[in-house]
Design a protein around this ligand. Structure first.
Ligand code: ADP
Ligand code: MG
Ligand code: ZN
Length: 479
């Protein structure tokens, strides 16, 4: 039997606001436990939530960037359950009337195809605190409420993905978008961008969906890929052996590479949702939506397309350079300085990104500025230095945090030697020093030519114009 995989994703993106969603405590990560708390976020009786306007603005941004309708008059609801990291006994979320609905995201589905993944809804909610279980056999657990009330957007997709690879492509595209929008730092390890994957299978050709399981605890793209692939195989085994998939929540066990039952799936009615009486409906007028729309940056997919169309870049190069907004900005600034876009792209991808990867730093911390890189490439372009010397200078600029390649070339005496008379003199000296090799060449041993060129390069510290050095040498040997 041939099965089709069906996947829908729920993503939680932590908003990059300075303060929490319903109080003015700091959202900063990694502070001393319970330092960033107050009566509101620790759920003290009588404390009242006040909505952070910035969170609404961020939600509008996310909604507009994914083609959603923005709902004026959206409503916060209480989602009731007990857990020690949830001091109020309910989470403030949105249920029947979320802030955004009916959007979509286009992803690459391979072979130049795109697939449109529907976005069911985006809603605002608060995060819970964190339980800490020390490894000291004390039998004691602690709770840290610093994360309680930190703003999240939950972005729920339609069950439109058909493979683990598509799920990962969707997640990558969505993460790029929220990072471009500046609303989420996208850090998956720290949990600022996390996802639950809903997975089911059905016999190919069948319309009705199969029973889904929900996978949690995957904190990297690679783990999402592995977890979904494992789960699909598991479900096929269950069905093939005559069983039925049970609707449940399963945890991804990274070390074992398997998913395990965590709990039976709760239904919405288990949570006894109702509108939060402490918060008014959020009214978003058209003027606000328009203002946010005007402030949206160009999004990664559009920018990638523009890089291909206006700069003549190949799809993979454009994809790499638009991988982050900062990298794309860097590229465009460098092109402004040196207006040959393809060599700039090649240099960034081969030299610059290699240096950054070796040091494990981002473009934001690159010691070479776009101006510096542009100036260096100009020197290659106008023949002041060769490409080979340029690589050396680039490494020196990077190491010494300098951005004056012209002066560096002069100080190191690396200006390209393209003076015919001078080169002729050097060629003659080399031939006089290596009469045996010269004779060997004249006797038909063409291989020795490379050696002689090498000698000219050595004498000129690699600065001889390679084309001229070749021509003069050949003329001397054959003339
Ligand atoms: P819940 O909170 O119960 O998980 P949501 O509506 O928040 O419900 O999310 C349901 C998610 O599961 C959505 O992303 C949806 O696309 C996905 N989904 C629903 N049915 C299936 C299915 N049969 N197979 C795979 N994914 C599904
Ligand atoms: Mg769910
Ligand atoms: Zn607080």
């Amino acid at each position: 039997m041939d099965y089709e995989v069906v996947i829908g994703l729920e993503v939680h993106a932590q908003m990059r606001t300075a303060t929490k969603i319903f109080c003015s405590c700091s959202t900063s990560f990694g502070d001393e436990p319970n330092r960033n708390t107050c009566p509101v976020c620790t759920g003290q009786p009588g404390a009242l939530p006040v909505l952070n306007r910035r969170v609404v603005e961020f939600a509008i941004r996310a909604g507009l960037a994914t083609g959603c309708r923005i709902n004026s008059g959206n409503v916060f609801a209480r989602k009731n359950y007990f857990y020690p990291d949830l001091p109020k006994g309910y989470q403030i979320s949105q249920y029947e009337l979320p802030v955004c609905e009916h959007g979509h995201l286009d992803i690459d589905a391979g072979e130049g195809e795109t697939r449109r993944v529907g976005i069911t809804r985006i809603h605002m909610e608060e995060d819970a605190g964190k339980l800490v279980h020390p490894d000291d056999r004390s039998g004691v657990s602690y709770v840290d409420y610093n994360r309680a009330c930190v703003p999240l957007l939950e972005i729920v997709s339609e069950p439109d993905m058909r493979s683990a690879a598509e799920a990962v492509a969707y997640l990558k595209a969505l993460r790029d978008i929220v990072m471009y929008l500046g609303i989420c730092d996208g850090n998956m390890e720290e949990g600022s961008f996390r996802c639950d994957a809903n997975v089911s299978i059905r016999p190919r050709g069948q319309e009705a969906f199969g029973t889904r399981t929900e996978l949690k605890n995957m904190n990297s793209f690679r783990n999402v890929q592995r977890a979904v692939e494992f789960e699909v195989e598991r479900q096929i085994d269950v069905v093939e052996s005559g069983g039925a998939v049970v609707q449940e929540t399963r945890l991804w066990d990274v070390d074992k590479g398997i998913t395990v039952t965590m709990r039976g799936k709760e239904e919405a009615h288990d949570y006894r949702y109702f509108p939060d009486p402490d918060l008014l409906p959020v009214v978003i007028d058209d003027a606000w939506i328009d203002a946010v729309r005007r402030s949206l940056p160009e999004l990664p997919r559009a920018r990638c397309g523009r890089f291909m169309a206006t700069y003549g870049l190949a799809a993979d190069a454009a994809g790499i350079l638009t991988g982050s907004r900062a990298l794309a900005d860097y590229y465009e600034a460098a092109v402004e300085r040196f207006s040959r876009p393809v060599p700039v792209a090649n240099w960034m991808i081969s030299e610059l990104l290699r240096h950054l990867n070796d040091d494990n730093i981002g473009i934001e911390d690159c010691p070479v500025t776009p101006d510096g890189l542009g100036s260096l490439l100009k020197l290659v372009d106008d023949g002041t230095i060769s490409g080979k010397i340029a690589k050396k200078i680039f490494a020196a600029m990077y190491r010494e945090r300098r951005n004056d390649p012209g002066a560096m070339v002069e100080a190191r005496g690396l200006r390209q030697l393209a003076d015919g008379g001078e080169l002729e003199g050097i060629v003659d000296t080399v031939l006089a020093e290596h009469p045996a090799e010269a004779d060997s060449y004249r006797g038909g041993n063409r291989k020795v030519f490379g050696f002689l060129v090498g000698q000219v390069m050595r004498r000129t510290k690699g600065t001889a114009n390679p084309g001229m050095a070749n021509d003069i040498l050949r003329a001397r040997l054959e003339g």
